[in-house]
Write a protein that binds this ligand. Structure first.
Ligand code: SAM
Length: 387
């Protein structure tokens, strides 16, 4: 295969992509439409596109072929036609560690700046170390599964039998290489969920009690609800989301997990929902809020390239409004768990500060869960108690 052939495919896809759909969904549809592309073409195009976006806006004034070669060099452990052609002097160094490779690129291209990879660094939440966070974009995060308490050895045994690589992170968490096809391998196991490590760690803030009434008010397909349920199977649960289709997925997941008793409502939390909710009072509310998702951009690096600054304040406005609308249904002395998968202060600490100022809430604790140090997402979680 010639490098021109690979570059033509890359260019064609890049030109027809505008960042609106997640890249994996766009590529899936693109490859379906372009059946002439064989599996090797598709693999190379995917590798180049993902790696290209991982470079963010670094070296933006250079030719795209050089940028692609630099990106591919930093992100890969094996060489490629693009590296061989456009960075011939570095092709043997592709096996080096990321810090070593970054130093080589900086030496050869002094205008290369990590600040240009993630150009929103001045907006980061406290405690996120820019020096560690930004290079994490060159590494694909792992796939994590949460296994119900008591089942981890059974699941691990199946993975060993199938010769699937994994690492045991805790008694309920396994890490696997991204792209592992779990559906077929673990078809016989109902007691696991794909859930990012940091998302799992938010569970330590929930502290549900038996017979508590909880509301997962932005439930989507129910990842946090299932975590809550594993922590305390005797909670009474209301799930809601503005998107009905997400709640259909939730039904399927709950059914598979054996969770049968729950209430479900389609609710837009920017509206007045008094008619639907006037008789409800909760012992806990999970608000896993709509957000920029910037803590998950290691999985969707196209956002480094396409995300626009002004969207941060749009999301923080949404988060404040939704929180104000749900807190009235919380009992006194009970927790609102505010969660984002954002690294931006404006969506995290600033929203908490707003809630403390404007609502009858007291902060028990808040934390940035630094997934970037563990090949996982970065998240923010706060536990606020109603006064
Ligand atoms: C971060 S996701 C929730 C993820 C989910 N809790 C999980 O663990 O898988 C945020 C959810 O908020 C929902 N959402 C956005 N705007 C909303 C609104 N105005 N009212 C209710 N839900 C909303 C979205 O549809 C999305 O499913």
């Amino acid at each position: 295969m010639r490098v021109e052939h690979q570059l033509r495919a890359f260019e064609q896809i890049f030109k027809s992509y505008d960042g609106v759909l997640p890249l994996h969904r766009f590529l899936f549809a693109y490859f379906k439409r372009n059946k002439q592309m064989g599996s090797s073409d598709r693999r190379w195009a995917s590798r180049y596109l993902y790696n290209f976006f991982r470079l963010g806006k670094a070296l933006i004034k250079e030719e795209y072929t050089l940028r692609l070669a630099v990106a591919d060099f930093l992100c890969s452990h094996t060489s490629s036609l693009v590296i061989d052609t456009y960075l011939p002097g570095l092709k043997d160094q592709v096996v080096l560690s990321l810090p070593e490779k970054l130093a080589l690129i900086k030496q050869q291209y002094p205008s290369f700046e990590l600040d240009d990879v993630f150009s929103f660094h001045h907006k980061l939440s406290a405690g996120i170390d820019q020096q560690d966070f930004v290079p994490s974009f060159f590494i694909q995060p792992d796939l994590f599964i949460r296994v119900d308490t008591g089942y981890i050895e059974k699941v691990a045994a199946t993975l060993r039998l199938e010769e699937i690589d994994f690492e045991k992170i805790s008694e309920t968490t396994l890490a696997l290489p991204n792209g592992t096809k779990l559906d077929s391998v673990l078809a016989a196991h109902k007691q696991y969920q794909v859930q990012d490590l940091s998302s799992q760690q938010t569970g330590s803030f929930f502290k549900p009690q038996a017979w508590d009434k909880w509301w997962d008010c932005c439930a989507a397909s129910g990842g946090k609800s299932l975590l809550l349920y594993d922590l305390e199977p005797k909670v009474e649960l209301l799930v809601s989301d503005v998107r009905e289709s997400s709640l259909h997925n939730l039904d399927e997941r709950f059914q598979q997990a054996g969770l049968k008793k729950y209430q479900k409502k389609v609710l837009d939390l920017l509206q007045n929902n008094e008619q639907d909710l006037h008789h409800y009072e909760f012992d806990g509310i999970l608000l896993d809020a709509p957000c920029s998702g910037s803590g998950t951009w290691g999985r969707t690096p196209e956002m480094l390239y396409y995300f626009e600054d002004h969207k941060i304040s749009y999301f923080s406005g949404l988060q404040k409004k939704i929180a104000a609308n749900v807190v009235k249904y919380l009992k006194e002395g009970k927790p609102l768990i505010y969660i984002t998968c954002s690294v931006f202060k404006e969506e995290n600490e600033d929203v908490v500060a707003f809630l403390l100022e404007n609502l009858p809430l007291k902060l028990e604790k808040m934390q940035v869960i630094k997934g970037y140090a563990a090949k996982a997402d970065t998240m923010f979680v706060a536990r606020l108690i109603k006064q």
